[in-house]
Design a protein around this ligand. Structure first.
Ligand SMILES: Cc1cc2nc3c(=O)[nH]c(=O)nc-3n(C[C@H](O)[C@H](O)[C@H](O)COP(=O)(O)O)c2cc1C
Length: 336
C-alpha cells in the first residue's frame, strides 16, 4: 500500500480527525474527548513545532557503508528504535468501540515490522483482556500501559497480565490530568514514588513510567525503579502550557542517562525527527496519533506502510548526518 492511499482511505472512516497531510495538532486543536489537546488546545502543536525548530547538521564525510538501525529494547531485538503509542479509547475516533481491533492490528504490524507496540487499558475491562489475547498471538512485542487508577485496581490488572506474552509493563502517571474522563466517573489520580515501588513489586517484567516532563520527575521515576521512562506530556492532553517534549529532553538526558532507558514522544512524525531525538540522547521514540490514522486507512497493512515510511526516512537522515549505527548519533548532529 502507498502512504497516500492510506491517508485517503482514513479520511472516509475516521471521526474527529481531518487526516491532515502533516499531523501537527492544528486542525484538532482543542478537542477532548477527541484527538486534540487540553484547552486552549495548543499542546500537540507545540510539541510538533519544537522538533521542527531543531535542524539536522548535514555532514557526508563518512565511509559509504550501510546504515544499521537495529537495537535491543527490554530484551527484544528491534529493527528500529520505535514504539507505537497507546490509545485507550478509540471511541474518540469512531462511533463504535474499535479499541480491541485497533490494538490487534497495531500489535500485528509491530510484530511483523520488528518494533514495539504500546496499548492502552481503555475504559472497559474487556479492552485489556482482548488486547492481552492479541499480545499472546504476537508474543514479546506489546506493552500494556495502565492508567493511574487506585493501586488495588492496577494490582489486579498486573496480575492478569503477568503470565501473558507482553514484553513489559507501563504506568502512565500523567493521566492524572485527564479531566475529560474524570467528569465521566473514570478516576485516574496522581501517584507517589512509594505507590510506584509498590506496583512494581507485582511484576517481574521491565517497568516503565510514562509521562515524565522534568529532570526531578525523571530522578523520582528512577528511584521508583523505572527500567524506562517515557518523556511525554500526553500529546498536550494532560496539562496545557507545558514545555514541548523536545525542549525538556536534554535536561532529562543529563539527569538520568545510563540509569534508565529514555523514550520520548510528542509530535514526532518523520524519520528526521527520530534522528533529532536520538541525537539529543533519547534511546527510542514513541509515536501515537499517526498510527490511528494508518490503522483506519488500512488496518495492520496501513500501519506497516507508515512504519516503512519512517524506516526509509530514518535511514536517509542518519546517512546524511554521517551516522551508520544508532550509537553514532550525538548532539553535534543537530542544531538546536
Ligand atoms: C486519542 C488519544 C488517546 C490516548 N490515550 C492514551 C492512553 O490511553 N494511555 C496513554 O498512556 N497515552 C494515551 N495517549 C497519549 C499518546 O500515547 C501519546 O503520549 C501522545 O499522543 C503524544 O504522541 P503523538 O504526538 O505522537 O500523538 C492518547 C493520545 C490520543 C491522541
Amino acid at each position: 500500500m502507498e502512504y497516500q492511499e492510506v491517508l485517503e482511505n482514513a479520511r472516509k472512516t475516521i471521526l474527529n480527525c481531518k487526516v491532515c497531510p502533516e499531523c501537527n495538532g492544528l486542525a484538532c486543536g482543542n478537542t477532548l474527548p477527541g484527538p486534540g489537546s487540553k484547552a486552549p488546545g495548543n499542546g500537540a502543536h507545540d510539541n510538533w513545532k519544537a522538533w521542527k525548530a531543531i535542524k539536522l547538521n548535514m555532514d557526508t564525510f563518512a565511509p559509504d557503508t550501510p546504515v544499521n538501525t537495529e537495537c535491543e529494547m527490554f530484551g527484544r531485538k528491534c529493527s528500529l528504535p520505535l514504539l507505537t503509542g497507546p490509545i485507550g479509547a478509540m471511541t474518540q475516533y469512531s462511533k463504535d468501540d474499535v479499541t480491541i481491533a485497533f490494538n490487534d492490528g497495531v500489535i500485528q504490524a509491530a510484530y511483523e515490522a520488528g518494533i514495539i507496540d504500546c496499548f492502552g487499558d481503555g475504559l472497559t475491562p474487556n479492552t485489556l483482556a482482548g488486547s492481552r489475547d492479541s499480545a499472546n498471538r504476537y508474543p514479546g512485542c506489546a506493552i500494556p500501559v495502565l492508567n493511574p487508577l487506585p493501586n488495588e485496581e492496577i494490582r489486579q490488572k498486573i496480575e492478569m497480565l503477568e503470565d501473558s506474552a507482553t514484553l513489559a509493563l507501563a504506568i502512565v502517571v500523567d493521566s492524572a490530568g485527564l479531566s475529560h474522563w474524570k467528569v465521566k466517573g473514570f478516576g485516574p489520580g496522581s501517584k507517589t514514588v512509594e505507590d510506584l515501588k509498590y506496583l512494581k513489586s507485582f511484576t517481574k517484567k521491565p517497568f516503565i513510567i510514562k509521562g515524565i516532563m522534568t529532570a526531578k520527575a525523571a530522578e523520582k521515576a528512577v528511584e521508583a525503579g523505572a527500567d524506562a521512562i517515557i518523556v511525554s506530556n500526553h500529546g498536550g492532553r494532560a496539562l496545557p502550557e507545558t514545555p514541548a517534549t523536545a525542549e525538556v529532553l536534554p535536561e532529562i538526558v543529563q539527569a538520568v542517562k545510563g540509569q534508565t532507558t529514555i523514550i520520548v514522544d510528542g509530535g514526532i512524525r518523520h524519520g528526521s525527527d527520530m534522528v533529532k531525538a536520538l541525537s539529543l540522547g533519547a534511546d527510542a521514540v514513541l509515536i501515537c496519533r499517526p498510527f490511528a490514522v494508518s490503522w483506519f486507512g488500512g488496518g495492520a497493512e496501513g500501519v506497516k506502510t507508515y512504519i516503512e515510511k519512517l524506516r526509509s526516512e530514518f535511514i536517509d537522515a542518519m546517512y546524511m548526518v554521517g551516522a551508520r549505527k544508532l550509537e553514532d548519533l550525538n548532539p553535534d548532529m543537530v542544531r538546536v
